[in-house]
Design a protein around this ligand. Structure first.
Ligand code: PEP
Length: 259
């Protein structure tokens, strides 16, 4: 089963709307200069909410093939939820994706597996593709075994949401923002366990096309090793996605590794 790779840039709380425009323009020019094949490897950025309208306008005016998404959404569709953003609003902006369950939201905002599942359902309801983040600490991995905690987290989503087009991002907590990426073998071990869980819950017709990303200190220098693994279909990139040149080099991993 061939899956179109996805290189996704999670900007977190960085870059205001003016910086967002400059960054997306620079990314688009860099990729255009390199005759980038967007059909071969999809590129998406995940700016803060306040940037989304500017990014949408730029992408649509310049007919760019870069896609975009939000970093979070509400599990509710609308109403008295001060500060929250509905999936309906994101869809109205032509967002393609939305990240749910990033480890920073799980730890800093107390998002449980049940909330992540409800947000995944909301994304699907509004025609957005959720990028469902799961991960483990090194202690989890040592005590419980590779992939056990991420699979448990994903299982709650798989049990409560009907089979749908989702992206899963395996992000070991120790690797996020630390400069200490997992090894490709560690990441493959977990990603294959996640694919097996999807297969068991949703069947092979859903498991086979589902893209599973690795995230955690991905850079242009290490992306190639991850992309050689059979169950890794792309990367969720944090820090390195803020630099358009570096992010473009990550997206061009085929060029510099000959994959
Ligand atoms: C992330 O925030 O999803 C992430 C993987 O960050 P970084 O690439 O900076 O480790």
């Amino acid at each position: 089963m061939s899956r179109t790779a996805l290189i996704a840039g999670n900007w977190k709380m960085n870059l205001d709307h003016l910086q967002a425009i400059a960054t997306v323009q620079k990314l688009a020019w860099t990729l255009k200069d390199a005759h980038y094949d967007y059909d071969g490897v999809e590129v998406a950025v995940f700016p803060p909410f306040t940037d989304l309208r500017s990014v949408q306008t730029l992408i649509s005016a310049d007919k760019l093939q870069i896609r975009f998404g939000a970093q979070d959404l509400s599990e509710h569709d609308g109403g008295a939820y001060t500060g929250d953003i509905s999936g309906a609003f994101l869809k109205a902006l032509d967002a393609a994706y939305v990240i749910v369950g990033h480890s920073e939201r799980r730890t800093m905002h107390g998002e449980t597996d049940e909330i992540v599942a409800a947000k995944t359902a909301a994304a699907v309801r509004h025609g957005l593709v959720p990028v469902v983040c799961v991960g483990e600490t090194m202690e989890d991995r040592t005590a419980r075994g590779a992939g056990v905690v991420p699979v448990e987290q994903l299982q709650v989503v798989l049990d409560s949401v009907a089979p749908a087009d989702i992206v899963v991002a395996y992000e070991p907590v120790w690797a996020i923002g630390s400069g200490q990426a997992a090894t490709a073998e560690q990441a493959q071990e977990d990603c294959s366990a996640l694919r097996r869980a999807i297969q068991t819950a949703w069947g092979d017709e859903r498991a086979a096309p589902t893209r599973i990303l690795y995230g955690g200190s991905v850079k242009s220098g290490n992306i190639a090793s991850f992309m050689r693994e059979p169950d890794i279909d792309g990367a969720l990139v944090g820090g390195a996605s803020l630099d358009a040149t570096e992010f473009a080099a990550i997206a061009r991993y085929k060029h510099h590794v000959g994959r």
